[in-house]
Every structure is written in C-alpha cells, then in structure tokens.
Design a protein around this ligand. Structure first.
Ligand code: F6P
Length: 491
C-alpha cells in the first residue's frame, strides 16, 4: 500500500462504493481485494493510462481511512457514520429514490431528515472529489446515490469536466413529480457536462422533467442555462459487461466441469431453469415463482423433469421492504417445494448467497433457460453475461421488456412479468424452443454483446464527454454529434 498524493489525478471516478472488498488473509491480517464488477474492469486500463483515482465509501461504518493504493488504482475513501448509513444509504438512496425510480413497486418514503443527510453526504463526496482532481481533470460521477455531486463539484471546481452516469432507470415525469426535492435533484445533475442514461426512455424522461420542473427547454438533448453560458447534454449510453472475461471463463475446462457437476447435483433434470438476482423487489422473483408454480400445477412442467434454481444474493438487509421480500420469497419457495417435491427431486433449489464470477458462469452453462424477469431494471447485466457465456449456442433467455437489456437483446423471449399467463407462455416457449432456433437467437444476441462491451461503453461515454468541451471551445456549440443518443439508434 503506497500513500496517495491528492490533487494530482487527471481522471477521477466517484461512486457510492469503492471497487474493493476487505478480505482476511490466511495469517489473519486484513487486506483489500478488487471487486469483480464490469465497471472496474472497464475503467482499470483508463485509470492506469492516466493518473486515475476512485472516490467512494469503503463499506465500513464509522471508519476513517487515509487514501491508499490497491491493484494500480488510487482509492480515496469517503467515511460514512452509522447515522449516514441509516439516513443517506438505507433511507434516502434506498427507501426514497430506489423505489421511486423503479415505478413505485413499493411506496417510496419521503423524510426531510433523510434529504438533509443525502445533501450532506453528497457534499462530502464532492469535497473529496474536488480535493483529488488535478486542474482541468475529468471527473465521472456514478449513480442515484450521488445526484447532487455534479453541481456541488462544479461550484467548488469550475475548471473540471464532469460526467454523470445513471445506472438505474430515470422515472416518468408523473412519478418523479412526487419527490419534494425534484428540482434540486435536476439542478444537481445539470452540474455535469454530460448526463448518461441506460435507455432512450430514461433520457426522454429526464429531459421532460427538466422542462416541466425547471422551465428549461432542451434542444436535441442539450440544456442551456440562461445567463451562465453553460450547457449540459443528456445522452443514452447502455452499459455492458466485460465480454472477454466471461468468454474466457466459459471456455475454461474447470468451469465447464463445474457446470456438469451442478446439473448432476440437481439430479440431471431435462430442463434447468435459472434465476440469478439480488434479493430485490424490482427483480420480479415473486411473479417468477408464481408462474413456475402454476406451470407445475398445470402439469406443463413436472418436478424431476424440470428444476428451477433461484440464486438470491443478500442485499440491503436492514431495509424493511427487503426483509419483507425475503420472508415472502422464502415462504413461497417452501410452499412450492412442500407441494411438489418428491423424495428424490426438488421443484425450486433456492440459495441465498453471492457467488464469484467463475461460479456464476458455471451456473449459466448449466442452465437451459435463464429467467431475467424484473418488474423494472436499469439494464440487467446477468442477461448479457448469460448470452455471452453460451458459446455452445445451447441456452434460451426469457427477458422482461422492463429491463434495459431488452433494448439490445431483442432476440430473447420477451415477456411482461406482470402478465402471469404471458410469463408462463414465455417460459414454455423457451423450454420447448427448437435447438436451431435457440442457437439462431443466441448468435445474434452474443454478437450484440461482443460488439458493445463495457470497454466500448466507457470509451464512448468519455469521448462524448470530451466532445462537450471541444464544442464549448468551438464557435458552433450544439453542432452535429453534440447531443442526442449515440447508442440509441442501434437498438
Ligand atoms: O445501480 C444499482 C446498484 O447501486 C449497483 O451499482 C449495485 O451493484 C447494486 O445497486 C447494489 O448496491 P448496494 O449494495 O451498494 O446498495
């Protein structure tokens, strides 16, 4: 671990979490390990090529850490107290914004104390970023927990180029209208030069809200601030996966052996159906279980012939709605298994764990049908990982129209998870799909994922961000390529 010199970084990423996990080594000492996410692998080369730093929370409450260096990245930890975690993270981020931005699947709660904490923590992140960035640096802020950071940072450091990417959906204007602090959030985002969204509909929702609540008129995705000489652009940049990493793992004999072993452990059913989700009410797990149970009831599927493997990774366990969801899901799994299991076979194999990427890829290879059926999802990278892992052309993907990934993976069996009969029909269509048809669809989806991996996503976002500066310097701001949806037309 080296010390990190602050104020010298020309590329700074700001996200709620640092891309590292604390691990305990064999000798009992604590160390950091880079977390396996696609965002980290996409940004890693950029961080190394420039003087890069990542600003974020390190995951422990009430712990103040000095900046440190791990796996070639300079990390700048932002401390959160227990009260911050309760009010800013579990409260405003995950009990106000998260449900509001996901179609109010559970009712959002609006508390002024949570808002105050959100503002304070966002200001702390903005100060940390301002202290880290070199003069004229590029700062890329990520996600809904930090929507006020772009403006706060702009006020502290007008010299910076600031990008923001929203990983989750941006809600329709009528839902966003509920938020008592809606204008402050929009102002916060407009501190960025470029604001990126997953789907064209998210970009459109944002621009409509800007017009309705701030009275500004966007033109071709560009929002000009009268009097300030500044403008911001909103664009669609759908995120993706580290396609090469998933392909390498899928080609590994050890991973393929593990996939065979998983099928054996399930009793070698004809059809393995797989769901892999964070245990979150947005993921549609209850609807999926209902559809599957009805298929067993209708005898369209039978235990022994089919098995649903549902991985539900623990998430936000202190938030009430997540605790309630866990009880409901686990109660439903128990009822389905009680009703349909035989001594030899189980209807649903449910696992409340997280797994490393190797195991995930083995699960993908073991599954005949992948069920990605969220009620609302910004993107859903599991869908992209599944198609990329299936180099054998053997898998079938059932995908919700409410996942951002549906814009790129239109060859999946597309379903509306609220329509239980439609969901059942979609599952059966996938189960019974002719191998040649399944392969045709997979080839087309894999091509899309391979051509649009996460490295291309970050390159394109940063190139568009740079264009905002080039255009600002040129006599014709807002010219061709200045706004709109660079990735939008492809879907
Ligand atoms: O974009 C949604 C997201 O914040 C992801 O970045 C993250 O993987 C997931 O939700 C869970 O986040 P957390 O455990 O930090 O609440």
């Amino acid at each position: 671990m080296n010390t990190v010199k602050t104020g010298t970084h020309d590329f700074v990423v700001v996200a709620n979490r640092l891309p590292v996990d604390r691990v305990t080594l064999e000798d009992g000492t604590a160390a950091w390990r880079t977390s396996p996410g696609g965002l980290v692998s996409a940004l890693h080369p950029l961080m190394q090529a420039s003087t890069g730093a990542w600003v974020g929370w390190h995951g422990a409450e009430n712990e103040v850490l000095e900046p440190f260096h791990e796996d070639s990245i300079d990390l700048v930890p932002v401390p959160l107290s227990s009260a911050d975690v309760r009010l800013y993270y579990e409260g405003f981020s995950n009990s106000t914004l998260w449900p509001l931005y996901h179609d109010v699947i559970v009712p959002p709660e609006f508390h002024r104390t949570w808002w105050v904490a959100y503002r304070e923590v966002n200001a702390r992140f903005a100060r940390a970023a301002a202290g880290t960035a070199a003069p004229g640096a590029t700062v890329w802020v990520h996600d809904y927990q930090l929507q006020l950071v772009p403006k706060m940072l702009r006020d502290l450091r007008p010299d910076l180029t600031i990008g923001y990417f929203d990983h989750i959906p941006f809600p329709s204007t009528d839902l966003f209208a509920q938020l008592p602090w809606r204008s402050r959030i929009l102002e916060g985002l407009l501190g960025a030069d470029l604001i990126g969204f997953q789907r064209a509909s998210d970009t459109a929702n944002f621009l409509t809200s800007v017009k309705r609540f701030l009275g500004l008129t966007p033109r071709k995705g560009e929002v000009r601030r009268p009097g300030s000489g500044r403008s911001s652009r909103a664009q669609t940049h759908p995120i993706s996966i580290d396609a090469a990493k998933i392909a390498d793992l899928a080609a590994s004999p050890a991973v393929q052996d593990r996939a065979r072993q998983i099928r054996e452990e399930l009793g070698n059913p004809e059809t393995v159906l797989l769901g892999v989700d964070r245990l979150d009410y947005t993921k549609g797990i209850r609807h999926r279980l209902k559809a599957y149970a009805e298929l067993l009831e209708d005898r369209a599927l039978s235990v022994g012939q089919a098995c649903l493997l549902q991985i539900a990774s623990p998430s936000r366990e202190k938030v009430d709605s997540y605790q309630q969801l866990r009880e409901e899901v686990e109660g439903t799994v128990g009822r389905i298994n009680g009703e349909y299991d035989s001594l030899a076979h189980t209807a649903v194999r449910y696992l409340h764990h997280s797994y490393p990427t190797e195991e995930m890829v083995a699960l993908y290879l073991a599954a005949d049908v992948m069920l990605v059926t969220p009620l609302r999802d910004g993107m859903n990278l599991v869908a992209k990982e599944y198609v990329q892992a299936r180099f054998d052309g053997g898998g079938r993907l059932v995908l919700s129209e409410f996942a951002g990934a549906a814009d790129q993976l239109g060859s999946a069996v597309i379903v509306n998870p609220h329509d239980i009969d439609g969901l059942k029909a979609g599952i059966l269509e996938a189960v019974n799909m002719e191998p040649t048809e399944a392969k045709r669809r997979l080839v087309s989806m894999r091509r899309n994922v391979q051509d649009h991996d996460v490295a291309r996503w970050s390159r394109r976002f940063l190139a568009s961000l740079q264009e905002t500066q080039d255009d600002d310097a040129s006599p014709h701001p807002g010219g061709p390529g200045a706004a709109g949806t660079p990735e939008g037309g492809a879907r």
